[in-house]
Structure formats: C-alpha cells, structure tokens
Write a protein of this length. Structure first.
Length: 400
C-alpha cells in the first residue's frame, strides 16, 4: 500500500498480514488478519519507528523508497524486539548500514541475540531526546508492555505517540487506517479486546503504570504498531486499555461467560437450562463451546466478565480437556477474582469438580455453587438449575 501521511512529515508505512494463521503461533487471525504498522519520519534527519514481521519485504521497502532513499536513513527506532516488529531488521541493516539503531538498554543485547547485530546500536535512556530537525523524538521506557525491553516513542512537534503493542489490536487495516475513517469500528474494538486478553492482559499493572507515566504528555495521535491509528479520539483507546487493565483487580464487569464442553450432551442440556436462568436475570451472557471455539476468543470474554459458568463432564477422573485447556490459559494470563458456578455430569466416581476446585483456588475464583450429577439431568434437575442460573445472574449483577 502507498505510504499515508498521518501528520506533516510523518508517514504510515505498515503492511497487512493476511497469510499468518496464528499470531505468536497461538492466536487465530485467519479471518481477521493483523497489521504491522511502521512509521517513517522525514525531517532534516530521517527515522523509521518500528518495522514489520519478515514478510512482504519488497512491499515494505518500496513504501520507504517512495519517500526517501535508503542511504538517507539516519535512525531505526526499535520500541520492542518481538519479531512482529523487527523481522525485517537484518535486511534493512544490510541495505542501510549507516542507520543507527536506537533502542532501550535491555533491547541492546536482544538485537545481538536475535539478529547478530552489534555495530551502530545506540542505547537511549528513559526520557532521552533525539532531535531530527523541527521534530524531536522522546523515549519512555514501558517495561513489560509487552516485553522487558519495551519502550514508546513520542514525537514532540506533532504530538504523536508511537506506542507499539500498547493500544494495539488484531484486524488487518481495510483501506481506512484512522479511527475516524473506519466503518468497522466495532470490529476493531472487539479485536483490540481479544488482542489485549491474549497478549497484554497478564501485564495489566504495567499497562496502568505506563498510562500513568505518559499522562502528562499532550497527545494528538496514538500510532500503535497493530490496528487503527487514533487521531480523532486517542483518549478512546487509552480509556479502553485503562478499563481492561483494571479488570485484573476488579475481576471484570457485569456479565457471565459460559464456558462449556460435553461429550454426549448430558452436561450441555443442563448448561442450556442454566443459561436460560442467567439470561432471565437480565445480565449479558456469552456462551462458548470449548470444543469448537478457540480459546483466544473465550479469553476475551472471560477477561471482560465478572461471572463464569464452567460446564464440563468428568473425563478420566478430571475436567473435560477442552475446558481444562481454556482454564489453564486463564491461569497463565492471571485472570483472577471471578465468581464461578460449576456444573457437569459424571458416570461413576466423578473428578471434574475436584479438579476445578483446585484450579479455582489457584485462580482466586469464588465458587458460588456447584451442581454435579450422575448420567443425564432429571426433569427436576433442569428446573433446579434454571433457578440456580437466575440466582447466579442476580448475584453477579448485585456485586456492582
Ligand atoms: C473417555 C471418557 C472418560 C470418562 N472418564 C470418567 C471418569 O474418570 N469418571 C467418571 O465418573 N466418569 C467418566 N466418564 C463418564 C462421563 O463423565 C459421563 O458419561 C457423563 O455423563 C458425560 O457427560 P456429557 O454427556 O456431558 O459428555 C468418562 C466418559 C468418557 C467418554
Ligand atoms: Fe509484542
Ligand atoms: Fe506486536
């Protein structure tokens, strides 16, 4: 795509990725795609801020070439070493050996470890400034948003914050690159939450720290390295990120995620009855069949909602594995402080409930009630469970 000027002298030179199925080898983006936003600043000095994954290298270099010759490039700013932003580095270094790599103290060794580059790398400290002409870059270290070496770059004249992973989201750009041009706003917000839950959520305290640290800056544009560029309402995505980060402590907002799986349908019938009860209590319910829906999507809902229903039969004296897999990820992502209800069928001596109770302790999830039953749910069970659902919905609603 041709470069797009986002402010005078500042160009988006990113690429869309429509061929990677799994972001980080883990999170599905087959349908949604992702963008690697890279930026070129043309002033007396020329700088590129963040690169792209090692794909579409020709397209990327052609975009740079529309504005400058590579031998004119003075700086390559690496806000973050993850290869989705640095994959092109080795090629770029060969083509523009004179360009000085600017990176955080912790990134320097990583530049060598990942790319074997030792020459022409300059470490910048927190708050350090580099003048480009009328424009000036200021660097702020934001450790663990998303790796220890992560920083953000602020261009003072145009008040653009190049925030890298912070404020980013899945979803390839569809022509429109700005928040105010885009007609798929809900899609990008949904994909930002999924990205947050998958990638950043574990580091919520560091996100809040970074937002605090940057709060005194005047920001006219937030230019992240994935997804939309926020020039009309940069505060919108900052507020979203702040709210999502606060869920780490609060456990989320009003609503219930129903996460279930079933081998022969016994658990499923009862889960359906329970969901009816929750819906009748007037609280939002999202249902996810763990057998078929990738955990990436379920984690977004789990992160956002305070209430969780786990519906899982016993499988080999433990939890049905597709459900256990999502819970394992929730634990790894630090998704804590939920209110939970469990139901599930078993055949002889059970075991799912026991495993869930152990997990709940680790997750710091409060078990509000459990309903474990042998074989198929009886008629009266269905009625009991529907009532349980209503009570659970009211309890979750009442906790706000
Ligand atoms: C592969 C497999 C393993 C199972 N392991 C156990 C077990 O260890 N303990 C138990 O009580 N029931 C076990 N069961 C029985 C199921 O928990 C029982 O059939 C239950 O009703 C299944 O619920 P569903 O219809 O929701 O899948 C197992 C069933 C299958 C198919
Ligand atoms: Fe990252
Ligand atoms: Fe990234």
């Amino acid at each position: 795509m041709p470069p797009i000027e986002i402010r005078p002298g500042i160009f988006w030179i990113g690429v869309n990725d429509h061929t990677t199925d799994l972001f980080e080898g883990l999170w599905p983006i087959t349908q949604e795609g992702v963008s690697y936003n890279s930026y070129l600043i043309v002033d007396d000095k020329k700088a590129i801020i963040d690169l792209a994954k090692s794909l579409k290298v020709d397209e990327y270099l052609a975009q740079v070439g529309e504005r400058i010759a590579l031998h004119e490039l003075d700086y390559i700013v690496l806000n973050h070493m993850e290869p989705d932003h640095t994959g092109i580095l080795r090629v770029l270094r060969k083509l523009a050996p004179q360009a000085v790599i600017l990176c955080s103290p912790q990134a320097k060794e990583m530049v060598t470890a990942f790319y074997g580059i030792t020459e022409n790398v300059r470490v910048v400290q927190d708050g350090e400034e580099v003048k480009l002409g009328g424009k000036k870059l200021v660097f702020f270290l934001t450790p663990m948003v998303h790796w220890p070496e992560t920083m953000v770059t602020y261009e003072e004249e145009s008040k653009v914050l190049f925030s890298c992973d912070a404020f980013g989201g899945y979803g390839a750009l569809q022509g429109a690159i700005f928040d105010d041009e885009c007609s798929q706003f809900d899609f990008y917000l949904r994909e930002s939450l999924r990205y947050f839950a998958n990638i950043v959520a574990k580091y919520s305290p560091m996100v809040l720290r970074a937002i605090d640290k940057l709060s005194s800056l005047q920001i006219s544009v937030i230019a992240p390295s994935h997804g939309l560029i926020w020039r009309k309402r940069p505060e919108h995505i900052v507020e979203r990120y702040r709210t999502w980060s606060q869920y780490a402590e609060s456990g989320g907002e009003k609503g219930v995620t129903v996460l279930y799986g079933s081998m022969y349908g016994n658990t499923e019938v009862v889960v359906d009855a329970l969901a009816q009860g929750i819906a009748a209590s007037g609280i939002p319910v999202d249902m996810y069949d763990a057998r078929r829906i990738h955990a990436s999507y379920i984690l977004a809902s789990l992160w956002e909602k305070k209430g969780v229903v786990i519906g899982a039969p016993t499988y080999e004296a433990g939890l049905f594995p597709p459900v256990a897999h999502v819970l394992d990820l929730a634990l790894r992502k630090n998704m804590k402080h939920k209110k939970m209800l469990y139901l599930g069928s078993f055949g002889w001596s059970g075991g799912a409930k026991r495993e869930l109770e152990r997990l709940a302790r680790e997750l710091d999830w409060e078990i509000v009630s459990t309903f474990e039953f042998r074989g198929g749910g009886k008629r009266e069970d269905i009625e009991t469970v529907r009532k349980l659902g209503e009570e659970f919905g009211r309890l979750v609603r009442g906790s706000f």
